[in-house]
Design a protein around this ligand. Structure first.
Ligand SMILES: *[C@@H]1O[C@H](CO)[C@@H](O)[C@H](O)[C@H]1NC(C)=O
Length: 159
């Protein structure tokens, strides 16, 4: 009885702690998210899947599962439709990418920083292939977007 209470308290602390960590851990800046969707979909919010990659960030089922199956309010994490509903919701999709980068964030281009260039590469090419060259069209739109965001003085720091 006593033990069970301690166990429950302990689990509560772990789950509570994870929740707080998940809330705080948003490595991708707003600017970076905008440039990612710009390069991936033109930030076209029309709900659509292209070759199984859905929403403005073209998130795949595997990424969604890997990121902890986040859902929009009221959805179960266990159904297929929850994936498309989340990927097609800009907030759920952005949070999915944030969790994904908490898990897989790394310095892909060897500039000794982990930043938007790395996140763009990780998302597009996968965490184990992010050192490869980005396809030209994607890299072109993505880099141009980031340069113009920096020029306009938008903050680059994480929120
Ligand atoms: C957005 O995507 C939809 C579906 O692919 C397409 O029909 C529509 O023309 C696009 N809108 C813009 C502004 O590109």
């Amino acid at each position: 009885m006593h033990c069970r209470h301690i166990l429950l308290l302990f689990l509560g602390l772990i789950i509570g702690g994870k929740w707080v960590a998940a809330e705080k851990a948003k490595p991708i800046t707003e600017t970076c998210l905008v440039c990612m969707c710009e390069a991936l979909s033109g930030c076209n919010a029309t709900a659509v899947c292209v070759n199984g990659a859905c929403g403005i960030f073209r998130i795949t089922w595997d990424q969604w599962v890997d990121s902890g199956r986040l859902t929009i309010a009221g959805d179960s994490p266990l159904t297929d439709s929850s994936f498309t509903n989340c990927a097609n919701d800009p907030y759920c999709a952005a949070d999915t990418l944030q969790s994904y980068m908490v898990k897989y964030g790394q310095d892909c281009n060897n500039d000794e920083k982990e930043d938007c260039y790395d996140y763009g590469a990780i998302h597009y090419m996968g965490p184990f292939n992010c050192k490869a060259d980005m396809p030209f069209t994607y890299a072109n739109i993505f880099n141009r977007c980031l340069r113009s965001a920096i020029r306009d003085g938008k903050p680059q720091k994480s929120n």
